[in-house]
Write a protein that binds this ligand. Structure first.
Ligand SMILES: Cc1cc2nc3c(=O)[nH]c(=O)nc-3n(C[C@H](O)[C@H](O)[C@H](O)COP(=O)(O)O)c2cc1C
Length: 359
């Protein structure tokens, strides 16, 4: 096994700390720049951005830091199949619309994923890293990114997904354990079965692929980073720890929910987007998710489109009970602080644990 410092060099990383892409507005340009300037790697979750917005965000970041940053996309989304329980799906959110004074929900339609235009914008953005979740990066996008010198990363929740990503030509695999906050990257098999914890997933993936592994899920401090390195990872990708940083952009109600929640209060749910994602349990999740009638939650991205007006209004009103409160199981370790302080503490903490273990 190559040393983790060799793997870092191979990946062009200055340290093992990667701030996870967090589509939906949490990973502001200010957050990415602060992470970079403190010695980590900042990432933009651009899945919900248009090509023009990707270019604009990248300009904003380049104006704040000259250091490399990454951009993440959702792999191309096939058009969703029929939704036999559309009326029921609308009825489930209608009551919440009324509560927030919104007009009745409308039937969502699929407008295409805009992936090709997003990739074109990513390639022109000055980003040094291109990562995907929810699937394999298309071969032409991998070739185009590599031709421009970008490193390509893909997200796996099982060994089979990691091997498929390596065969697709990625430079590193992000092994996303079941503790992780936000959407699950699963794309082979039953996502409900792909809930393998980081501790179990990382060494199995590290044994199965030749490319470096980046551990993700439930890692919140130097102890977690040192543990991930011991399991065979070269770096870590952390979301929840960065969500409560001062520069991060989730609604204040979301930050508050993380800072006051317990480790047993998160659930994996399809209620907000139609794809499984981990967040703090709230009233919306409990009412909309119905294990007796799973088809009353529409397939991704239709459910995401259906619930967007509600989430936008809830964010404005500070109503945490209707927000997608994405968070990982390590949330009790989250603190409100500047991102630069967090990165410095992570790097110090990792070294302290490594020294202590070495005796
Ligand atoms: C608010 C939020 C949004 C996320 N959005 C994305 C995303 O757009 N793309 C992606 O690859 N991963 C996304 N993730 C997952 C992270 O990449 C990462 O796997 C996860 O945050 C790790 O678990 P942790 O939150 O316990 O650190 C998101 C996570 C959170 C918390």
């Amino acid at each position: 096994m190559p040393s983790y410092t060799d793997s870092l060099e191979r990946l062009g990383l200055r340290s093992p700390v990667i701030q996870a892409p967090m589509a939906g507005g949490s990973d502001t340009a200010a957050l990415v720049a602060a992470v970079n300037e403190a010695g980590g790697l900042g990432f933009v979750g651009a899945a919900y951005l248009t090509a023009e917005q990707i270019a604009e965000r990248a300009r904003d970041i380049r104006g704040r830091t000259a250091l490399p940053f990454g951009i993440n996309l959702f792999a191309p989304t096939p058009a969703p199949g029929p939704a036999p329980m559309m009326a029921e799906a609308l009825a489930r959110v209608a009551g919440f619309h009324a509560e927030l004074g919104l007009p009745a929900p409308k039937e969502p339609s699929y407008a295409g994923d805009g992936f090709d235009r997003q990739v074109a914008a990513l390639l022109d953005s000055g980003a040094a890293f291109y990562s995907v979740t929810f699937g394999l990066p298309p071969a032409d996008s991998v070739a185009a990114a590599k031709a421009r010198g970008l490193r390509v990363l893909g997200t796996a929740t099982t060994v089979a997904e990691a091997v498929a990503l390596e065969q697709a030509g990625v430079d590193a695999v992000i092994a996303q354990g079941s503790e992780a906050g936000g959407h699950r990257g699963s794309f082979i098999g039953d996502p409900a079965a792909n809930l393998v914890g980081t501790m179990a997933l990382v060494p199995q993936v590290a044994d199965a692929v030749g490319v470096p592994v980046i551990a993700s899920g439930g890692i919140m401090d130097g102890r977690g980073i040192a543990a991930a390195l011991a399991l065979g990872a070269a770096a870590v990708q952390m979301g929840t720890a960065f969500l409560t940083c001062e520069e991060a952009g989730p609604p204040e109600a979301h930050k508050q929910a993380i800072l006051s929640a317990r480790e047993d209060q998160t659930r994996v749910t399809r209620a907000f987007s139609g794809r499984p994602a981990r967040g703090i349990a709230n009233r919306f999740m409990e009412v909309v998710e119905d294990r007796q009638a799973p088809e009353a939650v529409l397939p991704f991205p239709l459910q995401n489109t259906l619930t967007r007006p509600l989430r936008t209004a809830a964010a404005k009103d500070g109503r945490a009970e209707f927000l997608s409160l994405w968070a990982g199981q390590g949330l009790r370790l989250a603190r409100r602080r500047p991102a630069g302080d967090l990165v410095a503490e992570l790097l110090r903490g990792t070294e302290a644990v490594r020294r202590a273990l070495a005796g």
